[in-house]
Design a protein around this ligand. Structure first.
Ligand code: PLP
Length: 438
């Protein structure tokens, strides 16, 4: 049974103003009929007016919508953001940097490393094998905060909850990038998120909920609300998009009314269909992330692409090495059935080798992450072995650096990046910025 709506204060405000003429205020498009023909949602694209509240000093409908979101997403407070989770990560890293060094797993998103550069904070990087409660305890003496990503892009929680608990027990600020887990609290067959464990956590509403791109929430314990607001004032645009803000109101209301039912239906679909797929999806805790590791089969990307494009399906990632489908509460039955039909015909493939894991271990460090005192040149990726990266280099998606500024390329990393050269960030296959060796 659908739950009753607790209301949508921001959407109600916008609906009330939508028919209004005589807009002698920003933005300059004035929701004119001509403009609205090309941008149909433009009537809601307004600015701070006496009745529309102010994101950076909220007291009215935005404050009300944030309060409702805080209770729905189990935070003691909630900040709406229209700059994506990138902005939420900047706020968290900014707060950490005020206190001291930040423990940051290597598999963190590029936005976390970028925020370290922004705030002049040299991260204490945790390699995969150090990403445990003990790993945090060992390094806690050197740090003031920990920022973990959970769930990750592939729907894995790993040791993140234990790491966050260990961080708090050691007196560190416990921060969680839960960008991919906005939906977690709405189904008991999904893992618990960072609520109740972390001090602050960020969720990208736009990634997994019915919300517009860039719609994001920063949640946390009340003790951190004032400082987080202060950082939002420093970093956020003073002209936030009202359609994006309203979509946060919509997503919260939708999930409260229908999230549980829709997620349960997705899970039933997956449990019913999966036995018919020749290839087993990767094991993870989040059933909405459907990933197939293709590295054992030596397939060409074109071969994989043919299979899904014929069926009119567009995965989040598609390469010869992996395919990732993201499911959400908005997937319709027809699309899901087409996806399952395509997966029924996907494989079986002949195994030509063991699965190829991404490169691991700590790369050699040539210079400090924040060091800027060097000349740079551009060399082809294939010639990078032994050279020191002049910027973070990795794959996007998912946006995780394989090498950080100042680390040396080795053969396994060059090969891994070459195999996935179509989604390189930090350079192109023809030109990667490296330190000039004089
Ligand atoms: C783990 C993680 N954190 C943060 C971000 C940044 O989020 P946004 O794109 O909403 O700015 C992403 C984006 O993909 C991400 O995967």
């Amino acid at each position: 049974m659908k739950e009753r709506s607790r209301g949508t204060p921001l959407i109600d405000m916008l609906k009330g103003y939508q028919p209004c003429r005589g807009r002698f205020h920003m933005p300059g498009h004035k929701a004119s009929p001509d403009f609205c023909r090309t941008f149909p949602g433009a009537a809601w694209d307004i600015t701070e007016l006496p009745f529309s509240d102010d994101l950076l000093d909220e007291k009215g409908c935005i404050a009300e919508a944030e309060e409702l979101a805080a209770s729905a997403f189990c935070g003691e407070f909630c900040l709406f953001l229209t700059g994506g989770t990138t902005l939420a990560v900047q706020i968290m890293v900014g707060m950490a940097a005020r206190r001291g060094p930040l423990l940051l797993p290597r598999a963190s998103h590029r936005s976390a490393f970028a925020a370290c550069e922004l705030f002049g904070a040299e991260p204490v990087v945790l390699e995969a094998e150090e990403c445990t409660a003990e790993g945090v305890q060992k390094k806690a003496g050197k740090a003031a905060a920990l920022l973990v990503t959970a769930p990750d892009y592939e729907g894995r929680m790993g040791e993140a909850p234990a790491m966050l608990r260990a961080a708090r027990a050691c007196g560190l600020l416990a921060l969680c990038d839960q960008a991919h887990g906005a939906h977690l609290g709405f189904c008991d067959r999904l893992p618990a998120g960072a609520a109740g464990i972390a001090d602050l956590w960020a969720v990208s509403a736009h990634k997994t909920l019915p919300a517009l791109n860039q719609a994001s929430l920063l949640l946390g314990r009340a003790a951190w609300a004032e400082e987080a607001r202060e950082f939002r004032k420093l970093l956020h645009t003073t002209s936030p998009s009202y359609p994006i803000l309203a979509s946060l109101d919509y997503a919260r209301d939708f999930m409260e009314r229908e999230g549980g039912i829709r997620l349960a239906a997705l899970l039933r679909w997956r449990e019913r269909e999966q036995p018919f797929w020749p290839l087993r999806p990767e094991q993870n805790e989040d059933f909405t992330k459907l990933r197939f590791d293709l590295t054992p089969y030596g397939l060409e990307e074109a071969e994989v692409r043919r299979c899904f494009s014929q069926a009119g399906l567009t995965p989040e990632i598609l390469s010869g090495e992996e395919v990732l489908f993201l499911l959400s509460v908005c997937d319709g039955e027809e699309d899901l059935n087409r996806l399952s039909a395509a997966l029924r015909g996907f494989g079986p493939f002949r195994k030509v080798r063991e699965a190829l894991p991404p490169p691991s271990g700590r790369p050699e460090k040539a210079f400090a992450f924040l060091d800027r005192d060097f000349g740079r040149e551009f060399v082809p990726l294939a010639d990078c072995e032994g050279r020191a990266a002049a910027c973070n280099v990795g794959l996007y998606p998912p946006g995780r650096p394989v090498l950080l500024r100042g680390e040396r390329f080795d053969r396994p990393r060059v090969e891994y990046l070459l195999r996935n050269a179509g989604r390189l960030f930090g350079g192109t296959p023809e030109a990667v910025p490296v330190r000039r060796e004089d």
